[in-house]
Design a protein around this ligand. Structure first.
Ligand SMILES: NC(=O)c1ccc[n+]([C@@H]2O[C@H](COP(=O)([O-])OP(=O)(O)OC[C@H]3O[C@@H](n4cnc5c(N)ncnc54)[C@H](OP(=O)(O)O)[C@@H]3O)[C@@H](O)[C@H]2O)c1
Length: 275
C-alpha cells in the first residue's frame, strides 16, 4: 500500500470501494488515516455523514462516474451482489484486482461473474470495526506475491491479517475467527447470567464478566504462554477455579461442544457457498 503525506491527485486507476457501510467505512477510515496516496472512490447509494464529510474534506470521491479501478473492494451484503452485478462490473478492467468481503461467494464465482481471474476474498470479523480484528485472506492459486502484499496492506486497518490461506480452509477458519466473536460474547453473557443466578446484581455481573473476558484476552495476547498454560497457571489443585473447570471441561462439556459448534458452522458456511 502506498503511503505518503502528498495530496491524493494521481490520474491513475485508483482504489474503489463499493459499499460504504460498517466494514467498508472501517477500511476506508484506515486508508485515509494511513495516508493512502492514490485516489479513493467510494460508491454507496445512501452515503453516511462520515462518507459525506470525507468527500467534503477532499479525502474521497463519493459516487463518481464508474471507471475501471486499480483495486476494487466489494463490501456489500452478498444477497445484493447479483442484483448490482452490472454496476460492479463497470469498475472492473483488465488490470483490476478485485477484493470481496462477501461471505459465501467463492473465488470461482467472483471470477465468473466479474469476468476476471484477478479476484480475492477477505473474511473480516466484527472486532475489525475497532481495528482489533482477524481478517482471513484468500487468493487464487498462482496469484502474485505483489497482489498478496497489496491486499494484506489494504486490510491492516481492520487489525491482523491471516493468509493467503487456501480457499478449502476458509470455512473452518471462518468458523473460528469469523464466528468466534459471537462465542466470546456468549461467554460473557452466560458468565453474567450465572452470576445473577447466584444473587449478583445484573449490571454488576455484566461488568465483571465483560472486563474479565477482555482482561483474559489481553493477557493471552501479551503472554508468550499458550492459553492452556495460562489456564493451568490460575488453577490451583483442589482450588475454586479447578472446581469450576472440572464442570466446564468434562467430557460432554466445553471442548466437545466447541468441536460440535465449529462443525455446524462449517457445514452451514459450505451450504451457503453452494458447496
Ligand atoms: N460487519 C462485519 O463484522 C463483517 C464480518 C465479515 C464479513 N462482512 C461482510 O462485509 C460486507 C459488508 O458488511 P457490513 O457489515 O459493512 O454491511 P453494511 O453495513 O450493511 O454495509 C453495506 C453497505 O453497502 C451499501 N449498498 C447497498 N446497495 C449498494 C449498491 N448498489 N452499491 C454500493 N453500496 C451499496 C449499503 O447501503 P444501505 O445500508 O443503504 O443498503 C451499506 O452502506 C458483507 O458482505 C458482510 O457479509 C462483514
Amino acid at each position: 500500500m502506498r503511503r505518503s503525506s502528498k495530496p491524493m491527485a494521481k490520474p491513475e486507476p485508483g482504489l474503489t470501494l463499493v459499499g460504504g457501510g460498517r466494514m467498508g467505512s472501517a477500511l476506508a477510515g484506515g486508508w485515509i488515516q494511513s495516508g493512502y496516496d492514490g485516489p479513493i472512490s467510494i460508491h454507496d447509494p445512501n452515503p453516511s455523514d462520515q462518507l459525506k464529510n470525507w468527500q467534503a474534506d477532499g479525502k474521497i470521491a463519493l459516487n463518481p462516474a464508474p471507471e475501471p479501478a486499480g483495486i476494487l473492494v466489494v463490501a456489500v451484503k452478498p444477497q445484493i451482489f447479483p442484483t448490482i452485478l452490472d454496476s460492479i462490473k463497470a469498475h472492473v478492467g483488465p488490470e483490476t484486482l478485485v477484493l470481496s468481503t462477501m461471505a459465501g461467494i467463492t473465488l470461482d464465482g467472483l471470477a465468473e461473474k466479474l469476468g476476471t481471474k484477478r479476484v480475492a476474498r477477505a473474511m473480516p470479523n466484527t472486532p475489525g470495526l475497532i481495528g482489533k480484528g482477524m481478517t482471513l485472506l484468500c487468493l487464487p492459486q498462482g496469484a502474485s506475491d505483489g497482489d498478496a502484499a497489496d491486499l494484506r496492506a489494504l486490510l491492516t486497518p481492520l487489525g491482523d491479517v491471516e493468509g493467503p490461506i487456501p480457499e478449502d480452509k476458509l470455512s473452518a477458519a471462518t468458523a473460528i475467527s469469523g464466528c468466534g466473536p459471537a462465542y466470546g460474547f456468549l461467554l460473557a453473557e452466560v458468565m453474567a447470567a450465572a452470576g445473577v443466578a447466584h444473587g449478583l446484581d445484573k449490571d454488576m455481573a455484566l461488568r465483571l464478566a465483560k472486563k474479565t473476558v477482555e482482561g483474559a484476552g489481553a493477557l493471552m495476547m501479551a503472554s508468550d504462554e499458550p492459553p492452556s498454560k495460562l489456564r493451568e497457571n490460575v488453577t490451583s489443585p483442589g482450588g475454586v477455579t479447578k472446581a469450576a473447570l472440572d464442570v466446564l471441561m468434562r467430557e460432554d462439556a466445553m471442548p466437545s461442544l466447541m468441536v460440535e459448534a465449529v462443525e455446524a458452522a462449517i457445514k452451514r458456511d459450505r451450504e451457503l457457498s453452494g458447496d
